[in-house]
Design a protein around this ligand. Sequence first.
Ligand code: F0G
Length: 394
Amino acid sequence: MIDKHGFMKCISCSSTFNIDQNLIVCPKCGGLLEIINEKEVDIKKLKGKGVWRYKDFIPGNYNKIISLNEGNTPLIKSKRFENLFFKFEGLNPTGSFKDRGMTIAISSAASLKYKIVVAASTGNTAASASAYAARAGIKTILFLPKGKVAKGKLFQSILHGAYIVEINGSFDDAMDKIKKLFNENKDVYPVNSFNPWRLEGQKTIAFEIFEEIGNPDFIIVPTGNAGNIYAIWKGFKELMNLGLIEKIPKMIAVQSSGSSPIADYIMGNKEKIEFVENPETLATAIRIGKPVNYMKALKAIKDSNGYAIKLDDKEIIEGQKELAREEGIGVELASASTMKAYHKLLDNGYINKNDKVVLILTGHALKDPNIWFEEETYSIPPSDVEVLINKLKI
Ligand code: F0G
C-alpha cells in the first residue's frame, strides 16, 4: 500500500520517489533522501504521549510498532536564566535522543520483516539499536571504534545482546564499513542516521517543544553525524508549513574543536566543507570527522539563518560541571557543550537574554563517568567531617 501523503526526494540529484521504508539512500545517485510529509495534521487533535503521539506527521506503514515509550522528555526551565530551557533527552529509555529515531527505524525493519539491523556508532546509536532490536526479536550487528566508545554505552550494547565488531580506526571508518555492507548485502537494514526514517522520529523533539512553550528563538544542538539538527529543523519546518509558526528557530550546531568540520565551514565562511581525518575529543559521542548528514545539517542551519560554534574539551567539561552543579542536570560531555555555547553566544551578543533558547541535552551523564574518577579527588577522610560541617554551615 503506497502512502500518498508524501514522497521522498534526493538532496543531491532531486529525483523523487514514492514513500517506501525500504529506501534508505537515493537509488539513482546514492545521495541522502529527504522525506516530504504532505499530510494535513491537526495538532490539537493528537492523542497519547511521546514519539507515536505524532504518528500523523510520520509517513510510512507500521504494521509492527516497536516502542519503549520514548519521547515525552522533560523540558526543564533554567533556574538562573529566565528564557533558557533544557530538553533533557537523556531521560529516554536507553538514555539518549536516539530512541526517538530508533522506534521508527526498528518498527520499519520489523514491518518489512528484516532479521538483522546494522549500525556504526560512537555508542548511543549502538545502545539504542540493541535495545529496540532486542524487543523486536531482531539481531543487531554493530561496528564500533575500538577503545573510543564510553563504557556505559558499550555495556548497554553487550547487555542487550548485540554482536559487536570493533574497528581499529575512527567512527568514520566504522561508518564506511557499514555503508559497504549495506551496499553489498540486502539482508541487513542500517539504522544509522543516513537512514531518513530515523530522523522522522527525531523531529518529534520540535513538536514537543512547540506544544510546551511555543516557538523558541534558538535551538542549540550538539552536532556529530549531523542528523539530529536537521531532524529538529524539519520538525519546525513542518509546523511552519501547517501555519502554526511564522518562522523557524535559528538552529545552532555545537562541535568539539577536535572534530569540527561543520563549525569550521560555517564560522570560516568556507567555500566547501573539509572533513577531519583524525578527529579527537573527550566528547566521544561527537568524535566524528566526516558527518554523513552534513548536507542536511547545512540546509537546516542556512534555512533557519542559524550558526555553528566550536568549543575545546576543557570548556565542554566546564559546561558539564555547570549543568550538574548549578541546575542539577547530569548530562554526558557532548550534550554539555550546549551550555558553554549558550554563554559564549550571550557574551558575543549573538543571543540576547530575552531570546527564548532551548538546549538539546542529548545524553545522560551515566553513559560516561570515566573522566570524573581520573580528575577529581572526591573522597573525604572520616576525621575531616566535623571540620567540613563547620565550614559549610556558615
Ligand atoms: N549527542 C549525543 C549524546 C550523541 O550520541 C550524538 C551522536 C550526538 C549528540 C550528535 O548527533 O550525530 O545527529 O549530529 N551519536 C551517534 C552515535 C553518532 O553513534 O551514537 P548527530
